[in-house]
Design a protein around this ligand. Structure first.
Ligand code: ATP
Ligand code: MG
Length: 243
């Protein structure tokens, strides 16, 4: 039986300046499936996915993660289940030492010191950042910051991982490493990216957003090979299909 991990119904959101950023989004995401969210700049992708761990709370409509409703009183529970990689790593990294940023989440869960040390070391080593553990996150390179943010998510081992532009700033080798890592996760993932080749390599299903709405939803390879649909939404075919 397919279990629904993320259930969104009639979600809409306006910023305080009146910008209507998302409009009537309904979406069901199956457990351990991978969904890509694509769309032009300003389409509402970040606003949408920043709702999935309660960073923004629904103004209209509802979101449930498993059997937990996303609302203020459930935020601690939601944060254990959903890890969010922000589009801007500076929103994710806030201590003076990389190690402390990665340890922050497990410490908040009240884990034992020895367990925290092991988890933090594993996450930093997996992302090739162990040697940089004492560095100030603000002094990391952009790509290093991206992986450091990913380490803060991985260390919590959440069931659901939301990634907003995870390949931005990554060199080709680290981009490939991320593809392999994401494909080995065996979790529910929602990935926002302008890198449609990355979406092709890591997602089973794709939704296109345009002006705050989901305007197409289907199998990744059908959507991503549909030139007319992509162009109608200010997108282009993945590079691998352009030759
Ligand atoms: N803090 C904010 N206050 C007011 N308007 C905002 C704010 N953040 C985003 N917006 C507006 O909401 C709309 C959606 O923005 P959002 O960042 O969700 O787009 P996006 O699809 O993630 O774009 P990009 O591909 O450039 O990251 C845009 O029109 C943007 O100008
Ligand atoms: Mg964005």
């Amino acid at each position: 039986m397919v279990t629904c991990m993320i259930a969104i119904e009639g979600l809409s959101f306006s910023y305080s300046d009146g910008t209507r950023a998302i409009e009537q989004i309904s979406l069901a995401v199956a457990e351990r499936s991978s969904v890509g969210i694509v769309g032009a700049n300003g389409a509402g992708k970040s606003t949408f996915v920043n709702h999935l761990n309660g960073y923004y709370l629904p103004q209209e409509g509802s979101i449930s993660i498993g059997d937990i409703k996303v609302c203020k009183k459930n935020l601690d529970r939601i944060h254990k289940v959903v890890g969010l990689l922000f589009q801007n790593p500076d929103d994710q990294l806030f201590t003076a030492r990389l190690y402390d940023d990665v340890a922050f989440g497990p410490e908040n869960l009240g884990m034992k010191r020895a367990d925290i040390a092991r988890l933090v070391e594993d996450a930093l080593r997996e992302l090739g950042l162990w040697e940089l553990r004492d560095k100030a996150p603000a002094h990391l390179s952009q790509g290093q910051k991206r992986f450091a943010s990913f380490a803060t998510v991985l260390v919590m081992n959440p069931e659901v991982i939301i990634m907003d532009e995870p390949t931005a700033d990554l060199d080709p080798k680290n981009r490939r490493k991320l593809i392999n890592l994401v494909n080995g996760l065996k979790k529910t993932t929602v990935t926002v990216s302008h890198d449609l080749d990355f979406i092709w390599d890591t997602c089973q299903r794709v939704c296109i957003m345009n002006q705050g709405r989901i305007v197409a939803d289907g199998a990744a390879r059908d959507i991503l090979s549909n030139r007319a649909l992509l162009e109608a939404n200010h997108l282009e075919l993945p590079l691998r299909l352009q030759r």
